[in-house]
Design a protein around this ligand. Structure first.
Ligand SMILES: C[S@@+](CC[C@H](N)C(=O)[O-])C[C@H]1O[C@@H](n2cnc3c(N)ncnc32)[C@H](O)[C@@H]1O
Length: 227
């Protein structure tokens, strides 16, 4: 399990969410069988929830893998959102292209094949929702581009921000993950301390951070940023 919540809690919440159906279930089974990391069930439900509530017109996703989360968000938007998703792994791009076609979303979901660090530099659109789920050690590098392209009322959802608990507790640290964890801490500090941003962290799945812009008159918040 995740190292974030108690196993019994995770089990209970996953039971409440229940089994997926159709292509989503197929992709979950494929990911499980082939060791492809896709969003955990709780994060998947959160994405569906946010898309349903926010009704974004444009979504940017960093990290496509097999296209699971893109397809899930398109389904939640009832085919009404344009998704741009970035993936650098050739094989994943192949799988995702096939899956997106199978889901009938090839005119809605565009895969950009390459490294987020390079591709972000070339993008200049406005996105209502940005889902960060690639290059866990690079969220701080992605952030300025994401903020540059984030719509006024947009939201950044960043997955894996507690990184199996290691970001919050050094007793859980695995030595070879030290750099990623340090960088993730840096990301967490930036999004929590920047007085232009309002962030809340959900300790579920592998930890999910939700970030929006603060309104000018809201900059006297509770995050130690009071003026
Ligand atoms: C956790 S998986 C994405 C899962 C997907 N969002 C889902 O839930 O269905 C992360 C993906 O990001 C890709 N990736 C990692 N670093 C990247 C980078 N710097 N640029 C582009 N893709 C990257 C990996 O190849 C991997 O497929």
């Amino acid at each position: 399990m995740s190292g974030i919540t108690y196993d019994y809690m995770e089990k209970y919440l996953r039971e409440l969410i229940g089994d997926s159906k159709g292509i989503i279930k197929e992709l979950e089974e494929f990911a499980e069988a082939n060791g492809v990391p896709i969003v955990q069930k709780e994060a998947a439900r959160l994405l569906e929830f946010m898309v349903t509530v926010k009704k974004p017109k444009k979504i940017l996703e960093l990290g496509t893998a097999i296209g699971y989360s893109s397809i899930l968000m398109e389904l939640a938007a009832e085919n009404n959102v344009e998704i741009t998703t970035i993936e650098r792994d050739d094989k994943m791009v192949e799988y995702a292209t096939e899956n997106i076609k199978k889901a009938g979303f090839e005119d809605k979901i565009t895969i950009l094949h390459g490294d987020c660090l390079e591709i972000l530099e070339t993008l200049d659109d406005e996105y209502d929702l940005i889902f960060m789920d690639a290059g866990k050690g690079h969220y701080s590098h992605f952030l300025p581009h994401c903020l540059r392209m984030l719509a006024k009322d947009g939201m950044i959802i960043a997955d894996n921000v507690l990184f199996r608990g290691m970001v919050a507790c050094k007793d859980l640290m695995i030595r070879r993950k030290i750099t990623i964890v340090k960088r993730m801490k840096n990301y967490m500090e930036t999004i929590s301390q920047d007085e232009n941003l309002l962030t809340t962290v959900l300790p579920m799945g592998d930890g999910i951070a939700l970030t929006v812009r603060r309104n000018e008159n809201e900059k006297t918040g509770t995050a130690g940023t009071s003026r």
